[in-house]
Every structure is written in C-alpha cells, then in structure tokens.
Design a binder for this molecule. Structure first.
Ligand code: TYD
Length: 217
C-alpha cells in the first residue's frame, strides 16, 4: 500500500508520518518512509538544485522536469519495489505537490501536469493521500522557526522565501485539487494538537487498510 502526505510548509507532516509509522509497525506492518524531492540516490542530487536559495535563475519548465525526473526515479527504484514487497510505503510529498505548486502556485496547467505525472508515476498513484490543511500564516511561521533552528535557510529555504500570496494560492490549490480527487485525498485540519490530528489520520488509514483487505482478500 502506498500512502502520501501533502500540505504547505509547516503543517507538521514529519511529526504525523512518525506517529503513523509507529502505529502501523505496532499492528504488524512493514513500513518504509520516503520523501520528495530526494527519495532516491539520483533524486538527492536533484533536491540540492531544487531547494537551494542560489537556484533563483531556474526556469519554471526546468523546475517542473526536475521534479518529474526525481519522481520517475523514486517510483522505479523505491516506491514500486516496496509496494511489490507488500510493505506500506509512506512518502512525504508526491505527485500532488507538482500539480499544486507548479500548477496552482506557478500557473502551469494542472490538467497537463496530471498527464505528465501519469508518465512519471507509470500507474503508481497513491492508494491514500492525507492533505494537512492550515492557514499559510501559521504554517509559514512554523517552517521559518524550524529552518532557523536547524540552520537550513540557505540550503533549503527557497520555497519558504516565497510570498504569502504564493502560499495562499498553493493552499487553495490543494483544497481545489482534493475536492476533485476526493476518492483518494482526505483533508485533515492541521490547526489542532498533534494527537488530535493523528486520531483523524489513524481513522482514515485504518478504514483504507480494511477496504484493501475486502478488495484484495
Ligand atoms: P521540503 O524541505 O521537503 O519541505 P516540506 O518540509 O515543506 O515538505 O521542500 C520541498 C519543497 O519543494 C516544498 O516547498 C514544495 C516543493 N515541491 C514542489 O514545488 N513540487 C514538487 O513536485 C515537490 C515534490 C515539492
């Protein structure tokens, strides 16, 4: 089974992925956690280019194809093998990030991005996507504090440095995209305590795992 987490910066994806992993392992699943960009060896190189503050001269098209290249490698080398081995693989961001950041955020056509993603994922869309939703003002403040604490501003701060307007477009894009894909994407309010957020996520994941057993025996 393949689960992805999405949301703007500072929604607490990392914390929730840790909680979910611990829970799933406790009930007997083998879990693998990964991320985009940078989930494969080649992807780690692409991540450096994509998130560095010095990449200000990157064109929108180049950025798009680097994300797609990262994804194609990630799916082929990491995600598909894990699913085939019967594991639960959880990715911090995946194809929806491209549709929302490059599409709703940067103005590329979401429908075209969906088609390009189809090429990159070659049939491996997630079984379930958790969208953590929060006001951009709150999320960005959290992300900035974290980057400053971890000294990551120069190496990985390119997106956090975008305007509030950009992040507002991204947040609204996520909600629009989730409504169009409500069979796969579940929206969870991330402006609650970590435990409250996790209870909602847990219920959705358990429901999906049960559904999977009914369908696949
Ligand atoms: P990361 O440091 O992983 O941030 P976060 O903690 O918010 O997940 O940075 C990933 C950044 O890359 C994030 O700002 C979103 C952006 N991104 C895209 O624009 N398109 C994509 O396809 C992906 C996967 C990420």
């Amino acid at each position: 089974m393949f689960i992805t987490f999405e949301g703007i910066e500072g929604t607490g994806k990392t914390t929730q992925i840790k909680k979910l992993t611990a829970f799933l392992e406790e009930i007997g699943h083998i879990v693998e956690v990964t991320l985009e960009p940078g989930g494969s060896r080649i992807g780690k190189e692409l991540r450096k280019i994509l998130l560095n503050m010095d990449s200000t001269d990157i064109t929108g098209q180049c950025e798009l194809f680097l994300y797609l290249a990262d994804r194609a490698q990630h799916v082929g080398q990491v995600i598909k093998p894990a699913v085939d081995a019967g594991k639960i693989i959880i990715s911090d961001r995946f194809a929806d990030s491209t549709i929302v950041y490059q599409g709703y955020g940067r103005g590329l056509d979401p429908k075209l991005l969906r088609e390009l993603n189809d090429v990159a994922v070659s049939g491996n869309w997630p079984d379930l996507t958790i969208l953590l939703d929060i006001e951009p003002e709150i999320g960005l403040k959290r992300a900035m504090t974290r980057n400053l604490q971890e000294n990551k501003m120069q190496a990985e701060g390119r997106f956090e440095a975008e305007s509030l307007e950009f992040h507002t477009r991204v947040r609204e894009g996520y909600l629009t995209w989730a409504a169009l894909n409500n069979d796969r994407i579940v929206v969870v309010n991330a402006d609650q305590t970590p435990d409250e957020i996790f209870e909602e996520i847990k219920a959705k994941v358990v429901e999906r795992i049960k559904g999977d057993y009914v369908t696949n025996g």
